[in-house]
Design a protein around this ligand. Structure first.
Ligand code: NAD
Length: 434
């Protein structure tokens, strides 16, 4: 097992030189990163194709586009975010002034997953650079082409003591987690999130945990069913369901179920063709282990459409399962694949009761025009974030901090939230003896 003491020592010494505190230096770094992403766009598209068979259009938007817009937003706003802010001073402290300084934590460790292997590795790094930190990035070993491209891009263009990529498997993460980082940003499963939190506790290192979970999608009787089907299918089947905020399952009011299922089938046919197995652009599942786990769910309930699989190319057809109960295997853990179970309800109170007794989801989606129903759900259920009459798009706004709660994680990022996540708010009271 490698020892990363030397690396963290070098980074600490670079951090203490004060170079990263200079806002102009951070902006220059972000611009250089932007230029690298643009220059390597074709390589990025190729590696995510090789790792996940991700289609070019999807990768352009979700891997490259989102990273570029995070960089641009940070460059545009950084000077203002980083400036000390004067705040009010209570009358009991008359004569003093009060300020909040945004201080970089120091050394940030970013551990990334495989499902958006470029974007989910680089987006947090943008926040860490903007806030003035040094970074060690550990990409996922399950997407080796993207991992080695990240290593090449960072390690050939930035000094190791500032920004570096360390490739490797679980042992590499474990070894890195032994070091005394000032901040840890982890994206991945709830199970590994707990391991990371435990390791961080040994050094009292603050963490952001961007985890997963079963995100419910509720379709109420008054919803526009045709639109709901389009937006659910788009959120679910993009990246073959391997999206942390993908709708995990549908809860549909009984009287609109048949209409919803018919519309879902139509949308999938329109989007991917009559026989998706012939569509060579449909992303594949990341590994045989994940394929076997997903394949075993296909015996749950009844298949409405889909169900074809091909292990030799890790293909699973977009599949909707009807007549599912909460006890079925497919309802026990996050699915993370193109399989969508459907459960019916009669009253919205059943939905709330079922969700609140399970782990807090990362996302929740509600399709209903009725504001009373919307408020009832929003006020009754705790979840990371979500959308009303849409899926997954809350995740792509700079103005909405993105993160989970409870089992789906802690902390948030994107836009200014990324800068805040990687900054310590240092409160200062200034008095004068004059
Ligand atoms: P994972 O937890 O298996 O792995 C994530 C990272 O942790 C990888 O870099 C891996 O090498 C490392 N790792 C694995 N085991 C480890 C251990 N024992 N100790 C230390 N490090 C370890 O997750 P994954 O399979 O890559 O990603 C899928 C999960 O991530 C899903 O649950 C998904 O919902 C979640 N996810 C969440 C978000 C979010 O933003 N909230 C985004 C994407 C994925």
């Amino acid at each position: 097992m490698n020892n990363y003491q030397e690396l963290t020592k070098k980074q600490l010494s670079f951090f203490n030189s004060g170079k990263t505190k200079d806002v102009a230096f951070r902006i220059e770094t972000l611009k250089k990163l932007r230029e690298l992403v643009v220059r390597h766009e074709d390589d990025i598209l190729k590696t995510v194709k090789a790792d996940l068979n991700k289609p070019e259009m999807e990768a352009k938007r979700a891997e490259v586009g989102l990273v570029l817009s995070e960089i641009d937003f940070a460059v545009e706003n950084l000077a203002e975010w980083a400036a000390p802010k004067e705040v009010e001073t209570p009358s009991t402290h008359a004569g003093a002034k009060s300020y909040i300084y945004q201080d970089p934590y120091g050394l940030a460790l970013v551990i990334a997953p495989w499902n958006y292997p470029f974007q989910l590795a680089v987006s947090p790094v943008v926040g860490a650079i903007a806030a003035g930190n040094c970074v060690v990035l550990k990409p996922s070993e399950l997407t080796p082409h993207t991992s080695s491209l990240l290593a090449k891009m960072f390690n050939e263009n930035f000094p190791e003591e500032y920004l570096t990529v360390v490739e490797g498997e679980v042992e590499t993460s474990t070894a890195l987690l032994k070091e005394n980082f000032d901040y840890i940003f982890f994206t991945g499963s709830t199970m590994v999130g707990k391991i990371v939190a435990e390791a961080a506790a040994k050094h009292l290192t603050p963490v952001t945990l961007e985890l997963g979970g079963k995100s419910p999608t509720i379709v109420h009787e008054d919803a526009n069913i045709e639109e709901a089907a389009k937006r659910i299918a788009r959120g679910k089947f993009a990246n073959a369901g391997q999206t942390c905020v993908a709708p995990d399952y549908i809860l549909v009011q009984r009287n609109v179920k048949d209409e919803l299922l018919a519309n879902l089938k139509q949308v999938v046919t329109n989007t991917y063709g009559e026989d998706v197995s012939q569509n060579l652009d449909f992303p594949h599942v990341v590994s045989e282990k994940h394929f076997d786990r997903l394949n075993s769910f296909l015996t749950n309930g009844d298949i409405v459409f889909g169900g074809k699989t091909d292990r030799s190319r890790l293909f699973i057809e977009p599949t909707v399962l009807d007549n599912i109960s909460w006890e079925d295997n497919v309802m026990q853990d996050e699915i993370f694949g193109p399989i969508l179970p459907v459960i019916v309800y009669d009253e919205i109170s059943e939905v709330i009761e079922a969700i609140v007794k399970r782990p807090k989801p990362l996302a929740l989606y509600l399709f209903s025009e009725d504001e009373a129903v919307q408020d009832h759900i929003l006020n009754s259920v705790s979840f990371g974030g979500g959308s009303i009459n849409d899926t997954i798009n809350h995740m792509t706004s700079h103005y909405l901090p993105f993160g989970g709660v409870g089992d789906s994680g802690m902390g948030a990022y994107h836009g200014k939230a990324s800068f805040d996540t990687f900054s310590h708010a240092k409160s200062i009271l200034k008095r004068s003896n004059k």
